[in-house]
Design a protein around this ligand. Structure first.
Ligand SMILES: [Fe+2]
Length: 200
């Protein structure tokens, strides 16, 4: 079964232009397209013969790239979904606010750590996960789309720190402002739901 490209209803955002979002959505569509391409191509190579020396390399190479495309697709879906609707603060009565407070002492302490993670040198993602095994929230950094994803953890909040997500509007030197504006634009209602779903 092939993956379906999701549609997002993203309002005008603070700092992040419509043009940047449009271009970014094209990149997201590319992840969906390539994840599907790999799913379609692998069966074509299954019947390779001994004479076709290239085929084993081809199939192993596209297989190992699958996690890059798949996680690129899923990471962006969490990111764009979190910017839908309108900016909304985290309800201090929510189960997520309580869990953040329990783990980090306060929401502000968690936010400071998460922002520091986001400003890690290099391209990737700042992530907030829920680990269902130990029942705790975890901050993490993911290189590219797939290196550093936490196994069996649910992604609650994902902040895209690839340069394509901010350089058009902020220039490389404006990375910190992009992070601040992301939180100004964030609909915490979506993030609260992600957490409720993950902890059901
Ligand atoms: Fe991106």
């Amino acid at each position: 079964m092939l993956f379906v490209e999701q549609k997002f209803n993203i309002p005008d955002l603070k700092g992040i232009s419509k043009k940047n979002i449009e271009e970014h959505l094209k990149l997201y569509a590319g992840y969906v397209k390539h994840a599907n391409l790999i799913l379609e191509k692998i069966p074509e190579y299954r019947g390779y013969t001994k004479e076709d020396a290239f085929a084993p390399y081809a199939v192993s190479e596209i297989q190992r790239r699958f996690s890059f495309e798949f996680n690129g697709m899923r990471n962006h879906e969490v990111y764009f979904r979190s910017l839908e609707g309108e900016p909304k603060a985290l309800s201090q009565e929510s189960s997520l606010a309580k869990a953040l407070g329990q783990e980090w002492g306060s929401f502000d302490a968690w936010l400071a750590e998460f922002k520091a993670t986001a400003l890690t040198r290099g391209i990737g993602w700042a992530m907030l996960y829920w680990d269902p095994s130990s029942k705790q929230l975890l901050n993490a950094w993911v290189d590219e789309q797939h290196l550093g994803q936490l196994q069996n953890c649910a992604l609650i909040l994902g902040l895209d720190m690839w340069e394509h997500s901010f350089v058009f509007d902020y220039q490389p030197s404006g990375k910190k402002n992009y992070v601040e504006d992301f939180f100004a634009n964030l609909n915490w209602g979506v993030i609260e739901k992600n957490f409720v779903e993950a902890t059901k």
